[in-house]
Design a protein around this ligand. Structure first.
Ligand code: AMP
Ligand code: ZN
Length: 492
């Protein structure tokens, strides 16, 4: 029942999961570059790994989940030249780079909390590990896979490829890479265009700088992940994850750095989460094609017709398998909301079900097995959700007297629903909160409408106007119609 298979991007196959150390799992996931608010695409990738983390924990593994914060070294266009993304934003806003880092790290955590993410075990930062990165560069230079030019250090991809193989993960071969990369324009210090920076010399304008044996500078983006994963998970660990777009060059470079430094492939299983698209295009900050998580909570977006709860958005994302592309649309979200409400209504009705001596019309044991089967098959959340709807159908049949459930089975069903819906999928049962609150709000406004009508009957127009005006001030509009007074509430 608990044999887990995971799709390994490097082998292109689902492989039986065998941790390096019995009972323990080391997992590293590339975190955000904290220079702007995370969009829903970023959230999707991190949610995929939240699901993985939750399921591994459920299987009783002791998981050390490391997800970094990139707060230096990530340049524009993922390149080796250009401005640091964080420093650029700091200049634009006339604040310190570390203020940018703080603002967007806090935003990232708040958003993830709203979506009910479990915090990782360790959340290290690139700037907190400059020494480790410098030590790693020294080792790579010692092993003759890197060279210094004018205060910068570059990884020598051609030399590495002559001894090891570069391109294992992304399945690119070096000849194609050479053919496809633009030749150097004379501005670069690199020997070859495929080489990538391990350390960059900081020019006098560059604010984010640290001393090193090669002068003041800053680390290359790929290096931080190798330094931090090695420090907290060792030279070889179980799972490395990230979005599909990080496969090349970021993850390919991580493999090369580890092999050049430690002489071994760092990762057993590479997991890549697929992209969230909007209008068929990858959601991305740079193109303006994105939705921010907060837009869902307010409903203020051209892409949305109303607001949605975080649980509905989470449910929408988990209805797709993490390796499939998911296209966002308001209609798809509306359908997810319907599904989510149906599921929660059904779960909320469980304690009131009438039980019988014996169950009939449903094989509970088989259902539990099928739920595990879905999750053990590369974390297949859409199939798990389909299984949950087969339970909803059964519950409806029990209510209609077409099927029966025993008290014992009901207890067991509630237990497993808690495991699959709340522990593993990480959904929250917030349907009650929403409807109850909205119901109470409606009752309160109706009460005020009635008091206003009474005041008007008594010709107390001061009071009736006051009620209407005060409600308008707080964003509740009254409308007097033939059949009575109705109200509308401004979008928050
Ligand atoms: P970044 O902060 O740009 O490094 O991105 C953080 C994470 O979000 C990375 O793992 C990216 O692969 C992932 N990501 C970026 N855009 C999308 C998208 N449209 N859909 C899913 N994941 C994304
Ligand atoms: Zn990384």
């Amino acid at each position: 029942m608990k044999e887990l298979y995971i799709y390994n991007s490097i082998s292109g196959k689902k492989e039986k999961f065998q941790p390096i150390q019995d009972g323990h799992v080391g997992m590293y996931v590339c975190g955000p570059t904290v220079y702007s608010n995370v969009h829903l695409g970023n959230v999707r990738t991190f949610m995929s790994f939240d699901l993985v983390f939750r399921y591994l924990k459920h299987l009783d593994y002791k998981v050390r989940y490391v997800r970094n914060i990139t707060d230096a070294g990530h340049l524009e266009n993922d390149a080796d030249e250009g401005e640091d993304r964080i420093a650029k934003k700091a200049k634009l806003e006339k604040i310190e780079p570390m203020e940018v880092v703080q603002r967007y790290t806090v935003d990232f955590h708040q958003i993830l909390n709203k979506f009910n993410f479990l915090p990782p075990s360790i959340e290290p930062t690139a700037t907190g590990h400059i020494i480790e990165q410098i030590e790693m560069i020294k080792e790579i230079i010692k092993n003759d896979f890197a060279y210094e030019v004018n205060g910068s250090i570059y990884f020598d991809v051609l030399k590495f490829n002559s001894k090891n193989k570069y391109g294992k993960l992304s399945k690119r071969n070096i000849e194609d890479l050479i053919h496809n990369t633009r030749s150097l324009d004379g501005q670069s210090d690199k020997k070859n265009p495929q080489d990538f920076a391990l350390w960059k010399k900081a020019d006098s304008q560059h604010i984010m700088r640290w001393p090193s044996p090669w002068g003041d500078g800053f680390p290359g983006w790929h290096l931080e992940c190798t330094a931090m994963s090695t420090k907290y998970l060792g030279k070889r660990f179980d799972i490395h994850g990230g979005g599909m777009d990080l496969k090349f060059p970021h993850h390919e470079c991580e493999i090369a750095q580890s092999e050049a430094c430690h002489g071994n492939n760092p990762v057993n299983i590479w997991m890549h989460a697929n992209m969230l698209t909007l209008n068929g295009q990858k959601m991305a900050k740079s193109t303006g094609n994105y939705i921010l998580p907060n837009d869902f909570f307010t409903g203020n977006s051209d892409h949305l017709t109303k607001k949605y709860s975080a649980s509905v958005v989470r449910f929408f994302i988990l209805q797709a398998h993490y390796r499939s592309v998911l296209d966002f649309s308001n209609n798809a979200l509306l359908a997810s909301e319907k599904g989510y409400n149906k599921l929660m209504d059904s779960i909320n009705s469980l304690p009131n079900l009438v039980t019988h001596k014996e169950s009939s019309g449903f094989d509970l044991e088989l259902w539990i097995k099928d739920c595990y089967k879905a999750m053990n098959d590369d974390f297949n959340s859409p199939i798990l959700i389909a299984e949950l709807f087969s339970v909803v159908k059964f519950i409806n049949q029990v209510k209609d007297g077409l099927a029966k459930i025993s008290a014992n089975d009901l207890k067991s069903l509630i237990h497993y629903i808690n495991i699959f819906v709340f522990d593993i999928l990480g959904l929250k049962n917030d349907i009650d909160e929403g409807t109850e609150f909205e119901g109470k709000l409606k009752e309160t406004v109706d009460l005020l409408i009635n008091m206003r009508a009474e005041a008007r009957l008594n010709k107390d127009f001061d009071l009736s106007d006051k009620i209407r005006d005060r409600l308008t001030e707080i964003g509740i509009q009254l409308k007097d119609e033939k059949g009575g007074t109705t109200f509308s509430i401004e979008k928050l």
